[in-house]
Design a protein around this ligand. Sequence first.
Ligand SMILES: [Ca+2]
Ligand SMILES: [Ca+2]
Ligand SMILES: [Ca+2]
Length: 525
Amino acid sequence: MTFRHAIPPLRVALCAAFLLLAPASAQVTTKLIASGLSRPLWAGAPAGDERVFVATKGGGIRIVQNGQLLVTPYLNLSGKISLGGEQGLLGVAFHPNYASNGFVFVNYTDLAGNTVISRFTVTTDPNLADLASELVVLTATQPFANHNGGDLHFGPLDGYLYIFLGDGGDANDPACRAQKLNSSLGKCLRIDVDSATPYAIPPSNPFVGQVGVREEVFHYGLRNPWRNGFDRLTGDLYIGDVGQDLREEIDVAPAGSAGLNFGWKVMEGTRCNSTVSCLAGTPPCNDPTLVLPITELLHSDGSFAITGGYVYRGCACPSEYGKYFYADFIDNKIRSLQYDVPSGTVSNLSDRTAELAPGGGLAIRNIASFGEDGFGELLIIDESSSAMGEVFKMVPVGAAPASAAVRNGAGGNRACLSSFSLPILGNVWEARVDAAGHPGAALTMLVGYAGPNSGVFLGANEILVDTSSARLFRVLASSTGGTDAFRFGVPCDVALAGLTTYVQAVITGGSLELCNALDVSTGYF
Ligand SMILES: [Ca+2]
Ligand SMILES: [Ca+2]
Ligand SMILES: [Ca+2]
């Protein structure tokens, strides 16, 4: 994966200029994308969707669109949930086929404090889900108010829904539930929500067919897995498991693994803890079947509540590609590391807090969660208190929109490609076209890249489009007759790094009219 570290010329220039202002290591920072939120706990988006959805503890899911936090919630579960210390709306997962089926899954504690996994469906308004569409998928009775886990994710390789539940609560897992396979508590569950309603057990689940087990169990021995993330490239699963008295831990379940026992409560991280109330046959401390964390944070160092994150696989920050980000809710530090699954080794463990400080009088504290936007860009959620919650996004330093130069505006074309900016969110680009006098006309956006094998270049006044090239695409629209904005996702393709992008709009309505073409430096790749 070293190709991701190829740095295009523009980035080199930007980084060189920045050396005057900051340490050479500072290649990324954060920017605020939403504020004024009441205790946000989760943020994310359907794949390829440029909106960011933010879930709050109180049951709301809000949408950030075009840089604005929309007032009307996408979904409001406030009448259904309990609001104790670790209760509320705790997790959200969009179905991999959300764009076609509109299914969104949530994990919340109901009015009785029990865990509910439900499916809701979007309405004809893409910014509004139907509260009445609730399909309860799975429930778990909670013996105590705390340790509800709450995350859920679709596996990037298998499409199954993974549900993360804590040990049920109190302290030191008094019934040793996390080690008992007949309990769904202290587990990572895996279900198939597509083959049956409400779900089927995937036949490859590790305990299928065994007597006295929950066949949903996929991994176990977890205390309170608070924020977990798949590496969307490899399928490796990273779990942030909150500790009891001394240690916080990050665990990894490599892609293809199943039935792993992460040790709780026999072990807290790498230390021996307790076997009280555990069944005979429960593995003892340091048994080789127990999977130890890849890294720990120590309470003696001021870390008290770990928040797991994601392996960065976005486009905007190539210096961070393949690094795993995580934090601690109490010490407010953001860390990153790289984990090599085959060798089981951690490298480049770094405190990134100062580098990722947003500046401008803002601070990232009380990090309740990380998120990925629709393009894999990293989000960081500051839960804060009252209505002070914020969502930040990791961005490259010096990430001003790349310059766009008019290439052939004097060649007889209309100067109708009025402005261009990139990226708006993730790798979504935007071009604005002045189509005055052409209401209802078809607009075609042509985008091409110059490259050694592209076979594409500008003619006198136009882009020559080679439709056989995967690097070319069009966006069609019907003009308003005013200024129309085109948005399009640019492939996260290292082959595009450093290439100039050519953009041109064509207005087709009775006659064909070419807009001036633009050259855009692809500084973001
Ligand atoms: Ca509980
Ligand atoms: Ca453990
Ligand atoms: Ca803050």
